[in-house]
Design a protein around this ligand. Structure first.
Ligand SMILES: C[S@@+](CC[C@H](N)C(=O)[O-])C[C@H]1O[C@@H](n2cnc3c(N)ncnc32)[C@H](O)[C@@H]1O
Length: 258
């Protein structure tokens, strides 16, 4: 699935804020080996590398486009092209960080304990995931993909919400770690530009649907239909901005010392 770094960074200030909120809750003084899973174009990884400038920082992603941008913008950081589901580093992590990536993977019941196993004793797993799957932006997309016209080609892309409730993560992780910090926040995002929510989803949730359609004309029709629904759900304010509340879930889990 191709990613477009430029489209993703259209709202980079809004996308960066939760990553920094997550980072602020990591209390490690000197984590020697840090992995950034689903590092994308490396913007957030560069903050990890700046905060712990003597550490080995490795960005991991399975998108060639995102990694190409990361390598060109931050040549001093180590970048690895691989899938998070196969993450099996030769050195255990002192910190495994993942911002806005793990919701692209299913089966968190297996995934998160596996990631904890890749940490040293006393290591930290820090995760932020969008939890906006019930919002009109996502529900309207799924409804459209499942409508008569598109169901055959796009229906299979609608997956059950990959992110669970905080209570679910508490039950899964608390028996496995010494310290667990879980929280959820809704960011009241004020977006600029015409049909701003469409532009936002173009960088993320809408991508797989357009890519599957392939044909330019069909993409255009699908996007127009989606845009129309979005305009109704997210009308522009009098000052021209669009309000797009966005919920995100955070996990900071520290394993026990030896
Ligand atoms: C929304 S971007 C977030 C990028 C970065 N973490 C940030 O905060 O700017 C999600 C990234 O996760 C990557 N990704 C999604 N599924 C993945 C997987 N199974 N293995 C590796 N990377 C994955 C995508 O390629 C993409 O670069």
């Amino acid at each position: 699935m191709a990613w477009n770094p430029d489209q993703y960074h259209l709202y980079s200030d809004h996308r960066l804020r939760p990553a920094l909120d997550l980072l602020s809750q990591v209390q490690l003084i000197k984590p020697l080996v840090i992995y950034d899973l689903g590092c994308g174009s490396g913007n957030v990884t560069s903050f990890l590398s700046k905060r712990w400038n003597e550490s080995i920082v490795v960005g991991v992603d399975n998108s060639t486009e995102m990694l190409a941008k990361a390598k060109s913008d931050y040549p001093a950081i180590e970048w690895q092209h691989s899938d998070i589901s196969e993450f099996d580093p030769s050195s255990a992590g002192h910190l495994i960080f993942s911002n806005a990536a793990l919701h692209w993977l299913d089966d968190h019941e297996t995934l998160l304990p596996n990631l904890l196993n890749k940490l040293i004793p006393g290591g930290v797993l820090a995760v932020q995931m969008p939890n906006n799957f019930q919002a009109p932006s996502h529900q309207l997309l799924y409804e459209l993909a499942q409508s008569d016209r598109w169901q055959k080609r796009l229906g299979h892309l609608v997956r059950p919400a990959p992110v669970h409730k905080l209570e679910w993560y508490y039950d899964l992780l608390s028996p496995l770690v010494a310290d667990l910090n879980l929280w959820e926040t809704s960011y009241f995002q004020v977006l600029e530009g015409k049909n701003a929510v469409l532009e936002w989803t173009r960088g993320t949730a809408l991508r797989p649907f357009l890519e599957t359609l392939g044909d330019e004309r069909e993409r255009h029709i699908f996007e127009e239909e989606y845009a129309e629904r979005l305009m109704e759900a997210y009308p522009q304010q009098e000052d021209g901005s669009t309000l797009y509340p966005f919920s995100r879930l955070f996990i900071v889990a520290q394993t026990a010392d030896d």
